[in-house]
Design a protein around this ligand. Structure first.
Ligand SMILES: Nc1nc2c(ncn2[C@@H]2O[C@H](COP(=O)(O)OP(=O)(O)OP(=O)(O)O)[C@@H](O)[C@H]2O)c(=O)[nH]1
Length: 333
C-alpha cells in the first residue's frame, strides 16, 4: 500500500464503551481490514477477549502505569505490526485502531505517532474518537483531568449509554461538551456507523488542549492514586450472590470504583459471562463465546481510587464463603 497507514485513536474514560463501540464497528466490512492495538491498564488484560476477534492483528499492550500510554511499547507494537505485514506474517491491514486505556491522556499516544522518527514514516493520525458515558461523564469530567483531555482531543465524540441516562441531563451534557471541544462532531453510539469512524482529516494537526486551558472546567483535587488489582477464583460462582455482592459494593463505594470488569465462571453455565461495573452502574451481564486461554475460572479486574484492595477481597471472600454454604445446603436438601 502507498503512503502512511491511517491510525484511529479510540479513547474515552474507563467503562465509557470503547470496546463495545469497536466490537460493533469491526463487524462492518469497511473495518474488516483494521488491525487493533489495545492498551489496557490492569494486572489482567481482558479487553482483547471482550472484543471477541482473535487473530494476530489484535495486539494487547498492557500498561503498568495508569497515566500514560507506554510510549516505547506503543512504538514497538506499531513497528512490529508494520514489518510483520510487510513480510506477510499477519493478515493484511490497511488501517490501525488504537484503543487506549480509559485512564490515558491521549497526548502521549498522539505525539508518539506524529513525532517518533520511524513510526511517523509508516503511520499517520487519521482522527481521534472519544466515547463519552452519558451517565457518568458529568461527574468524571468534573474531577478527572484525563476525561477532559480525552474530550478535548476528539474529532468525533460518541455519546454512549443514552438509553440509561436521565434525558433531562442531555442538554446540559451536550452544552458542556460543546464548550470543551466546539469543533468535534457529536453523535450517539446507537447511530454510529463505520463511516463516522473512518472520516479522516489528512491535514490533521495535533489538537490537545493544554491542561491549564481545561482547568476551569472542573475542580480537580489531589486524588488518591488510581490503582488496579485482580481476583482469580477457581470455584464456580453463584450468580445471585455475586450480583448482590457487586451491587452492594458499587452502591457503597461506587464513587471510588472507576471500573470492575470480569469474565466469570458461573455455576451451571457452560460459557463464560462478562460482567461490567462503572462507578455505581452495574451493566447487564453478557455470555461470551469462549474461555480466555481455555481456562475455566473467574477473573475480575478492579480499578479503584484510594480503596484498600485487601478490604474488597476480604468482603468478596466472605460473600463467597456464605454463598458456598447456601449452595451446599440446597444440594443436601
Ligand atoms: N446500556 C448501554 N450499555 C453500554 C453502552 N455502551 C457500553 N455499554 C456497556 O458499558 C460497559 C462497559 O463497556 P466497555 O465497552 O467495556 O467500556 P470500555 O470503555 O471499553 O471500558 P475500559 O476498557 O475498561 O475503559 C459494558 O457492560 C457495555 O455493555 C450503551 O450505549 N448503552
Amino acid at each position: 500500500m502507498s503512503g502512511p497507514t491511517p491510525v484511529h485513536l479510540l479513547t474515552g474514560f474507563l467503562g465509557s464503551g470503547k470496546t463495545t463501540l469497536l466490537r460493533g464497528l469491526l463487524t462492518d466490512p469497511a473495518m474488516a481490514s483494521a488491525a487493533v492495538l489495545v492498551n489496557e491498564f490492569g494486572e489482567i488484560g481482558l479487553d482483547h477477549e471482550l472484543l471477541e476477534r482473535v487473530d494476530e492483528t489484535v495486539v494487547l499492550m498492557k500498561s503498568g502505569c495508569v497515566c500514560c500510554t507506554v510510549r516505547g511499547e506503543l512504538a514497538d507494537a506499531m513497528l512490529s505490526l508494520h514489518s510483520r505485514r510487510a513480510r506477510g506474517e499477519v493478515p493484511f491491514f490497511e488501517r490501525v485502531v488504537i484503543e487506549t486505556t480509559g485512564m490515558a491522556d491521549p497526548y502521549p499516544a498522539l505525539s508518539t505517532i506524529q513525532s517518533h522518527p520511524v513510526v511517523r514514516s509508516h503511520y499517520r493520525v487519521a482522527n481521534v474518537v472519544t466515547t463519552v458515558d452519558a451517565v457518568n461523564a458529568p461527574a468524571q469530567m468534573a474531577t478527572r483531568l484525563e476525561a477532559l483531555r480525552q474530550v478535548g482531543a476528539a474529532d468525533l465524540l460518541v455519546l454512549t449509554k443514552t438509553d440509561l441516562a436521565d434525558p433531562d441531563g442531555a442538554a446540559a451534557l451536550h452544552a458542556r461538551l460543546a464548550e470543551i471541544n466546539p469543533s468535534a462532531r457529536l453523535i450517539e453510539a446507537r447511530e454510529a456507523v463505520a463511516e463516522d469512524f473512518l472520516a479522516q482529516d489528512a491535514e490533521r494537526v495535533l489538537r490537545v488542549p493544554a491542561a491549564a486551558a481545561l482547568a476551569h472546567h472542573g475542580a480537580f483535587r489531589a486524588e488518591a492514586p488510581v490503582t488496579s488489582f485482580a481476583l482469580e477464583i477457581e470455584t464456580p460462582l453463584d450468580w445471585t450472590a455475586f450480583g448482590l455482592w457487586l451491587a452492594m459494593l458499587l452502591h457503597r463505594h461506587g464513587e471510588h470504583i472507576f471500573r470492575v470488569k470480569g469474565i466469570l465462571c458461573i455455576e451451571g453455565e457452560e460459557r463464560p459471562v462478562a460482567v461490567h461495573g462503572v462507578q455505581r452502574l452495574v451493566h447487564a451481564p453478557v455470555h461470551l463465546e469462549r474461555w480466555p486461554d481455555g481456562r475455566r475460572l473467574s477473573r475480575i479486574v478492579f480499578i479503584v481510587n484510594g480503596l484498600d484492595h485487601g478490604r474488597i477481597e476480604a468482603s468478596f471472600r466472605a460473600f463467597e464463603a456464605l454463598s458456598q454454604r447456601v449452595l451446599s445446603r440446597q444440594a443436601a436438601a
